[in-house]
Design a protein around this ligand. Structure first.
Ligand SMILES: Cc1cc2nc3c(=O)[nH]c(=O)nc-3n(C[C@H](O)[C@H](O)[C@H](O)COP(=O)(O)OP(=O)(O)OC[C@H]3O[C@@H](n4cnc5c(N)ncnc54)[C@H](O)[C@@H]3O)c2cc1C
Length: 389
């Protein structure tokens, strides 16, 4: 099994975690990435204890401590008054309760460090400039075709190519995603540009009718990461690099308490982005032959529970363990899917429900003991390095 040629399409968080996990178990996976180079993109991500277990086990504990933020206090505020309706503690309690900490980190920092770890183990492990186009199987061997005209042979292909996965389309056909009516704005504001007291508590969700606004610190507390989730129907485009303007976002947050508007107003114009949120239906199966899916390619989800990256990280560890424990490709992929599919699909559906809850404008949803979150749903007590596979 250790001699298997395992190809991974997509060097995002899920693909790189899978590569690192497979390396840890003695495999030599090759990751094919469409981008010409792995650059700095994205903003903040949540790494909750269920994902921290994985990154710790893969040698990333020091990275999380160095580059991630552990918010001590968090909370939920009222959209109009700014009243703190729910207080949440995310400090040492997380470590005590779950055996792993809760971090908020810039996606680019986590991504870069994971990639460095993978190429330190095998300098040839990541091949940029290789966009997956198609795959064919002949007598148990896979031939992968890339958009640059080259091919690669492999025994297994793991599709980790994100929300618009070509591998998923190759396996199960093109599916038309449904526009959810939600549009997300995201930005990063230097803390130094903000007046004192605006970022208190350091991690905060504010909710109101048809809107929410989440913000937290990244990069040693020097940057405030925010994501504003709104509802509109006059614009719909899916992508991570579509510019938005401060004026349009302020219009969306008309009538909101001043701290939210101050943060929006302080966003550097070149650093404000928007994307429309599309939804895919959960798949009943992720695998065909020796090809399977992980991360957003398998289970893209709305961001309301902050579990998109965590689910991809969980997949990465479990697929590594499945290959380590199995005697054949079929057995490895079966073990992986059985361990992961029910949980990931459930989180997809809970993320949809949470969207309705957060935007309901019903204050009774945001009282102590009533607030729905990844923690209240029990998601954080899962340890992918230890669950049965
Ligand atoms: C550029 C970018 C910025 C993001 N920014 C944020 C953010 O700020 N906050 C947040 O919460 N989430 C962000 N995300 C999403 C978040 O990273 C994912 O939801 C989550 O981490 C799951 O990761 P994934 O590896 O499954 O998918 P992704 O992170 O989307 O990674 C997929 C990878 O596959 C590559 N790829 C796509 N098509 C092909 C192909 N045909 N062949 C080969 N490679 C391919 C992509 O270039 C990418 O590197 C971002 C994703 C991307 C791609």
């Amino acid at each position: 099994m250790r001699q298997l040629k395992i190809a991974i399409a997509g060097a995002g968080i899920a693909g790189l975690t899978a590569a690192r996990a497979l390396q840890t178990f003695g495999f030599r996976p090759i990751v094919y990435e469409q981008a010409a180079s792995l650059g700095e993109v994205g903003a903040g991500l949540t790494v909750s204890p269920n994902a921290t277990h994985v990154l710790n086990a893969l040698g990333m504990e020091g990275v999380l401590e160095r580059l991630g933020m552990r918010p001590n206090r968090g909370g939920v505020k009222h959209w109009q008054t700014g009243e703190l309706m729910v207080e949440i503690s995310r400090g040492n309690e997380m470590l005590e309760k779950y055996g792993a900490a809760y971090y908020q980190i810039h996606r680019a920092d986590l991504h870069r460090e994971l990639a460095d770890l993978v190429v330190t183990t095998d300098p040839d492990a990541i091949r940029p400039g290789h966009a997956f186009r198609s795959v064919e199987e002949h007598n148990g061997a896979l031939t992968i075709h890339f958009e640059n005209g080259t091919t690669a042979s492999a025994d297994v292909l793991i599709g980790a190519d994100g929300v618009r996965s070509r591998v998923r389309a190759a396996l199960f056909g093109e599916q038309t995603p449904r526009f959810t009516g939600y549009v997300a704005y995201r930005g990063l504001v230097p803390m130094a540009n903000l007046p004192d007291g605006v970022v208190d508590p350091t991690s905060c969700l504010s909710t109101g009718p048809g809107r929410s606004f989440t913000r937290y610190l990244v990069r040693g507390g020097t940057l405030v990461n925010f994501v504003g989730l709104t509802e509109r129907d006059d614009w719909r485009e899916e992508g991570w690099s579509i510019r938005a303007t401060v004026e349009e976002m302020l219009r969306e947050y008309e009538g909101w308490y001043e701290d939210v508007r101050t943060i929006i107003r302080s966003a550097p114009p070149e650093g404000l982005f928007k994307w429309a949120l599309f939804d895919r239906e959960p798949l009943p199966n992720w695998t065909r032959g020796a090809v399977t899916l992980i991360g957003d390619a398998a289970h893209p989800m709305l961001p309301f529970l902050g579990q998109g990256a965590a689910m991809g990280i969980e997949d990465g560890m479990v697929i590594g363990r499945a290959f380590s424990a199995a005697d054949s490709i079929g057995e490895a992929l079966r073990r992986y899917q059985e361990a992961r599919l029910p949980r990931a699909n459930w989180v997809m559906l809970e993320s949809r429900k949470t969207a309705l809850n957060y935007h309901s404008g019903r204050e009774e949803n945001f009282r102590p003991g009533k607030h729905v979150s990844a923690e209240s749903l029990g998601l954080m007590s899962y340890n992918p390095a230890a669950v049965p596979v």
